[in-house]
Design a protein. Structure first.
Length: 336
């Protein structure tokens, strides 16, 4: 057990990817990177990190920004509640904590949008507090290394893995230890076809010896995916168009969209005379599969609903849209 941390730290120092958030001890920038990287690949998150750290270089700049600007900068990353929580927390830090970023795990975890993983990451990376991070990569490495069959999404599993990670963490370099374990999971101990021959832990790894690494980690609930059917109405008379704002407590909360009719099947629900209907477009989220169809109309409707907003065509770019609509519009402008 005691060999593990030195081995992965040596490996990390020789192999880590140089990423801007690894070159700072600034807790604000580390927090930004952690929130951006949730549910997001590093290559996709990197330009967003650069944009946010430039446009909002400190917690005061983020707190003072307009919500619409922050959401526009977030556009394309998805899970917009992350951007809203970021700004709400920046506001809280400026107003309630006099702009002082919390410096330890127990204060960090009190903040909105910061759970045990993010609090451990910030406190260990920025302040070298001995707090073990357990993310998807860490679950995978530890479940294979010790050949653990407890489901990682059970309460029992969460406790067991956290205890194990706490036991393994290094006293002197907890930040580097955490980074190393996560990087090993991301670069070597990948979900399929782990590169065991390049792994510094292969001589200690039980799953490697037993050849069962493809069965680790174990999950009890394979994602249950909810299927939804969205019909978007694009009313566009050449000068004006109609949009609406999504409401709370659903995906894409508060973003804008074309008027939407949601149904339980893909059947055509539209009684208007549309000029053109797109083919169904599939859009996958972590727990939802969206089937979307876009209907194009050359006029504005005679009856305007209370929540509809009429805008000039060129104004559309000022409104943050879900990635699904954004992509559709991009493809459309390429076609015409
Ligand atoms: Fe993962 Fe293979 Fe390393 Fe074991 S030896 S930790 S399965 S990469």
């Amino acid at each position: 057990m005691s060999k593990i941390s030195p081995l992965i730290r040596i490996w990390y120092r020789q192999n880590f990817r140089k990423l801007p958030w690894r070159e700072t001890k600034n807790p604000y920038l580390i927090w930004l990177s952690e929130i951006i990287l949730q549910q997001t690949r590093v290559e996709q998150g990197l330009p967003y990190y650069k944009k946010f750290s430039t446009n909002y270089p400190d917690v005061h700049a983020l707190a003072a920004a307009k919500e619409q600007d922050v959401l526009n900068d977030w556009q394309g990353l998805g899970y917009y509640s992350r951007a809203r929580n970021l700004q709400a927390t920046a506001n809280y830090i400026c107003k309630e904590l006099k702009g002082q970023f919390p410096e330890c795990y127990k204060d960090l975890i009190k903040l909105k949008g910061i759970g045990p993983y993010t609090a451990a990451a910030i406190s260990s990376f920025a302040f070298d507090e001995k707090k073990a991070v357990v993310d998807g990569n860490v679950y995978r490495v530890l479940s294979r290394l010790f050949d653990i069959s407890t489901a990682i999404d059970s309460n029992e599993g969460k406790k067991e893995f956290q205890l194990l990670a706490d036991e393994l963490i290094d006293e002197d370099e907890p930040g580097i230890h955490n980074q190393a374990l996560m990087e090993l999971g991301a670069m070597v101990c990948k979900p399929s076809n782990p590169a065991c021959e390049a792994c510094p832990l292969s001589a200690l790894c039980l799953s490697f010896a037993r050849g069962n690494f493809n069965e680790r980690p174990v999950k009890q609930n394979k994602n249950k995916v909810r299927e939804r059917f969205f019909h978007y109405l694009i009313f566009n008379n050449g000068k004006k168009m109609v949009i609406e704002q999504r409401q709370e407590k659903d995906i894409w909360e508060k973003l804008y969209q074309f008027p939407l009719v949601e149904t339980s099947t893909l059947e055509d629900p539209v009684e208007y005379d549309f000029r053109y209907r797109s083919k169904p477009i599939k859009h996958l989220l972590s727990h939802q599969k969206i089937n979307a169809v876009f209907y194009h109309f050359d006029e504005l409707p005679k009856k305007i609903k209370d929540n509809w907003i009429i805008i000039d065509l060129h104004e559309l770019e000022n409104y943050p849209l879900p990635r699904l609509i954004d992509k559709y519009m991009e493809e459309l402008s390429l076609k015409h």
